[in-house]
Design a binder for this molecule. Structure first.
Ligand code: ADE
Length: 341
């Protein structure tokens, strides 16, 4: 199983987290790209500020590494409120959530990452908190059971998910604002890289920044991670300045090809071609053949392959496109040609 995947959107270590934190924009006007989303967000923030109210509950959805957490922190910063962060899988007991909710002040933000992974019990508990700013706490058991109503301050819940489709409709309906975060075009990734290089005080040529942005699969977190690897490479192998040759060498050494695919991407495509004649094949079969968790494939690998048209999700399963075959330099038998377009 692949562990250290340089191009995955996931944060790998606490040390990496602090690296990412140091590059994270703190205000909306420092945030590069997602113009439409920023415009809408600016209006919501300004309206709430003028009314001196908490923002509506917000749901951010999209692939990992595109800025959902960063945006939550920016909103807190712009609203000058506190942000308390937690995640769906780590909220297992209602008591823990109760403690968090009752400690929130007026206008505070509760950020729940991976909100699609909340347990049903916690979800039920959260509904009245979101809707009426109260929680119903059951004390005692059986004939003595009593529901105690505890009022909460008017907080804002910001949820982040890679899979909006997995959110139960009642939870989804309790968000007032939904924002889809899409992959970034290379020009914006280049701007992000240039900004990061400046913050890291590393010199990079325009061409090298373009090269890294082309291989960063539309994802700022990947772009910054690649920049870091290239910076290490030039520190050891050259005088510290990143030029196009060094950028290419460093990225090739990491197994990242000229359009940003890594070993796992290529393996997934090759398995569909070699074992399943180009598809369709179910995700469970792919997970078993690749010895990878299905969630990893669905959240980390597939979104970009779908985005660039290398993979197609059909009702009968996944299929590779002719373009993917061309990129990998393989040819499907005529009778196995995927008929996608
Ligand atoms: N770092 C990560 N994402 C960013 C973005 N969208 N703008 C600026 N810096 C970033």
């Amino acid at each position: 199983m692949t562990r250290e995947r340089i191009i995955s959107g996931e944060i790998i270590s606490p040390e990496e987290e602090s690296f990412i934190l140091s590059l994270r924009p703190k205000q909306l006007n420092e945030y590069i790209g997602q113009k439409k989303l920023k415009d809408k967000l600016r209006v919501s923030i300004e309206a709430a500020r003028r009314r001196q109210e908490a923002c509506e509950h917000i749901l951010f959805y999209g692939p990992p590494g595109l800025g959902k957490t960063t945006l939550a922190h920016i909103i807190a910063n712009e609203m000058k409120t506190r942000l308390v962060a937690t995640s769906g899988p780590s909220l297992s007991r209602t008591g823990d959530l109760m403690g968090i909710l009752t400690n929130l002040g007026d206008g505070d933000i509760l950020f729940i990452d991976e909100i699609h992974r909340l347990s049903p019990t916690i979800e039920e508990f959260i509904y009245p908190a979101m809707e009426d700013f109260k929680v119903d706490f059951v004390v005692d058991k059986g004939a003595f059971a009593k529901v105690i109503n505890i009022p909460l301050k008017r907080f804002t819940l910001i949820g982040a998910t890679t899979r909006a489709g997995l959110l139960s409709p009642p939870l989804r309906d309790r968000f007032g604002l939904y924002y889809h975060i899409d992959f970034y075009p290379p020009e914006e990734l280049k701007e992000i890289l240039t900004r990061s290089a400046k913050l890291l005080e590393v010199q990079i040529t325009d061409e090298a920044a373009s090269e890294i942005s082309r291989r960063a699969r539309g994802t700022p977190r990947v772009a910054n991670r690649l920049l870091r690897r290239v910076r290490d490479f030039v520190t050891v192998k050259a005088d510290g300045k990143i030029d196009i040759d060094l950028a290419r060498k460093a990225l090739d050494a990491e197994g990242i090809d000229n359009i940003g695919l890594d070993n796992l991407d290529r393996k997934l495509l090759k398995v569909i071609i070699d074992y399943y004649k180009g598809g369709p094949v179910g995700i469970e079969a792919l997970g078993a053949t690749l010895n990878e968790e299905i969630d990893t494939l669905v959240d980390m690998v597939e979104p970009y392959l779908l985005k660039i048209g290398f993979l197609q999700r059909t009702r009968r399963g996944r299929m590779v496109s002719n373009e993917a075959c061309r990129h990998l330099g393989v040819k499907l038998n005529q009778k196995d040609q995927p008929n996608l377009f």
